[in-house]
Design a protein around this ligand. Structure first.
Ligand SMILES: Cc1ncc(COP(=O)(O)O)c(C=O)c1O
Length: 462
């Protein structure tokens, strides 16, 4: 047996790890990208042997530690991970004889935690944010570091600071893209997590051709996209090197999940949520010009994300009839499912929208309901045309003025974007699933020069 990729026979699963001679596929996007001229190619990273882009990193972290004599036979790995690095490390660890312990957040999808255990990892669940935050004393990273410090049987490879993380992409992802596109790539677009992908791949490509644009995409604060980090979370990541990137853009949950849905249905690409996010960013950042060739990294596929999908597409939750849970005593009842959905809905109370995007959305048909929760006096003085005024304290009493459809998109607005967050939370607790808050409120809207109006006042003296 050989690792001859044209024969598709391999000495072991590790032979499937991607490299310049055995790259993950690049597939052209033909339907979901509005551009007429620029070619968009998706790099499908679930073609790695354990299902994600992180297999490259896991292999390189272990290789590098062995070469530095920092990992000896009989030692165990301990690594904080939002899932995919853990899956890769667990399997490569199995193949090489290094068992894995992984402390991780309970917010990581159950599918990932279960599969990690299925692969043989010792999963230590912590009450943490969606992605482990370096420096947070209770966080998964601190736990991994402490374990390795206090017990010499454990080695902490630390993907958040280890240069072998971007090094994996410098050695493999970058050369693959260069070779597969015959050096014609003009834009690289990647989601930002540990930033190993963008930093390593970007460095390789810019060394080949310094004009190549390296573009990063991150989620909004309070996001629900596993594997990637908001601007605030990125500040804590040493491998985040914004000076080395040409531009960055922030993408909201809704845009990411909607594009993920379209990728699956229209392109027949089984991409996961962070792929939708990366492509949404690419569409915003890459111009439409003949000769441009954008490569967008799609880190993993949709199969790990059933629970996220149900949160963002509640219409997929079976409610009654064949296939639903009714009548099965051990399965949750319809009411329990709704309650679970409601609780999930409350987990991300602070989705927000930038005023620029809000302005665009308001000109679309149908626009979201813009709910101004300031006092009637403030509203009369100045407000955004078309907005509905229900002061925050009257929201419950005037519930009948709100849409009956709990899927209706609603954007809450106050002067600075603070009280509207509280109103969003109230609406979410009432079951509204698509509530966002206008970032910076009316003040930001006015600063940006968007249209405002006031209510006509009566004649003087009235
Ligand atoms: C699903 C998913 N998307 C995106 C990323 C981001 O990659 P990186 O950590 O190299 O920035 C990751 C990393 O874990 C991931 O798992």
């Amino acid at each position: 047996m050989t690792n001859d990729h044209s024969l598709r026979t391999y000495d072991s699963m590790l032979g499937l790890l991607s490299s310049e001679d055995n790259p993950t596929p690049l597939v052209r996007l033909n339907h979901v990208v509005p551009h007429q001229h620029t070619i968009f190619l998706a790099k499908l990273e679930w073609y790695n042997p354990f299902g994600a882009i992180k297999d490259r990193v896991a292999a390189n972290l272990i290789d590098d530690a062995q070469q530095r004599n920092a990992l000896a036979p009989g030692q165990q790995l301990v690594e904080a991970t939002s899932g995919n690095t853990g899956l890769g490390l667990a399997m490569i660890g199995n193949a090489r004889g290094y068992p894995l312990q992984t402390p991780l957040s309970q917010a990581i999808p159950l599918e990932k935690r279960t599969v990690l255990r299925f692969f043989g990892a010792d999963v230590v669940e912590l009450d943490d944010s969606l992605c482990p935050a370096p420096g947070a004393p209770e966080g998964a990273i601190a736990r991994a570091r402490d374990t390795a410090k206090s017990n010499p049987d454990f080695v902490h490879l630390d993907q958040y600071v280890n240069e072998a993380n971007p090094g994996a992409h410098y050695r493999t992802t970058g050369p693959e893209i260069w070779k597969q596109t015959g050096g014609k790539v003009t834009h690289l677009v990647a989601g930002l997590g540990t930033c190993g992908t963008i930093t390593g791949t970007g460095r390789f490509l810019k060394e080949r051709q310094s004009d190549i644009q390296v573009l990063g995409v991150c989620p909004e604060e309070g996001h629900d996209i596993p594997g990637v980090r908001s601007q605030r979370q990125l500040q804590q990541t040493q491998l985040y090197r914004p000076d080395a990137y040409d531009a960055e853009v922030e993408i909201g949950n809704r845009a990411a999940y909607d594009l993920c849905w379209r990728l699956n249905r229209e392109e027949c690409i089984i991409a996961g949520p962070s792929s939708g996010m990366a492509l949404a960013g690419a569409i915003k950042l890459v111009p439409d010009e003949a000769g441009l060739l954008a490569v967008v990294i799609f880190p993993d596929n949709i199969f790990k994300y059933a629970s996220s999908v149900l949160r963002h597409f509640p219409q997929l939750v079976p409610t009654s009839g064949p296939g639903s849970n009714q009548g099965e005593s051990s399965a949750p009842s319809h009411a329990e499912t709704l309650l679970a959905q409601l609780m999930e809905n409350l987990k991300n109370p602070y989705d927000s929208v930038r005023v620029k995007d809000l302005n665009d959305e308001l000109s679309q048909s149908p626009p979201p309901l813009l709910l101004d929760i300031r006092s009637a006096e403030m509203f009369a003085e100045l407000h955004i045309p078309g907005s509905l005024n229900i002061p925050e304290l009257e929201l419950s009493a005037r519930a009948t003025e709100l849409p009956q459809d709990r899927d209706a998109p609603i954007v809450t607005l106050c002067n600075i974007g603070k009280f509207s967050k509280r109103a969003s939370l109230l609406l979410k607790s009432q079951g509204y699933r698509h509530v966002r808050t206008a970032k910076g409120g009316l003040n930001e809207w006015v600063r940006k020069g968007f249209a405002v109006t006031s209510l006509p006042t009566g004649p003087p003296g009235e």
